[in-house]
Design a protein around this ligand. Structure first.
Ligand SMILES: [Zn+2]
Length: 119
């Protein structure tokens, strides 16, 4: 399951980003993932539940936002977005395209509360 490895990396990055703060708890983690990253939501949820107990992420909600595929038509050079490939170019209808984006997965946002912040 590459979801577990990926999430482990994202959580490490989040921990690093939060290191300078006195974090009480993390409320929400937003991950953006391209369609071509092939992440299964169920596998991600399972990985999250497996990796987070006892950490600052234990009470956090994991939100995954899917990014479309960015493609450039090899026929006419138009750049467009698609939900899946092959897709027809909106300009010329050609199906030959170069993938520009859509395989990435990254941490987009972390919402958290600071110690002593809540009443
Ligand atoms: Zn085209």
């Amino acid at each position: 399951m590459h979801e577990t490895a990926l999430l482990q990396n994202l959580l490490s990055a989040a921990e690093e980003a939060l290191a300078p703060y006195e974090v009480e708890k993390v409320e929400r983690l937003t991950v953006k993932a391209g369609v071509l990253a092939n992440l299964l939501p169920d596998a991600l949820d399972f990985a999250f539940e497996t990796l987070t107990p006892g950490t600052i992420f234990a009470a956090a909600e994991l939100v995954v936002e899917t990014l479309p595929i960015g493609a450039r038509c090899l026929g006419c050079g138009a750049e467009y977005e698609a939900e899946k490939l092959p897709a027809a170019c909106p300009m010329c209808g050609g199906e030959q395209a170069e993938v520009l984006s859509g395989t990435e997965a990254y941490l987009d946002n972390i919402e958290f509360s600071l110690k002593g912040e809540s009443q």
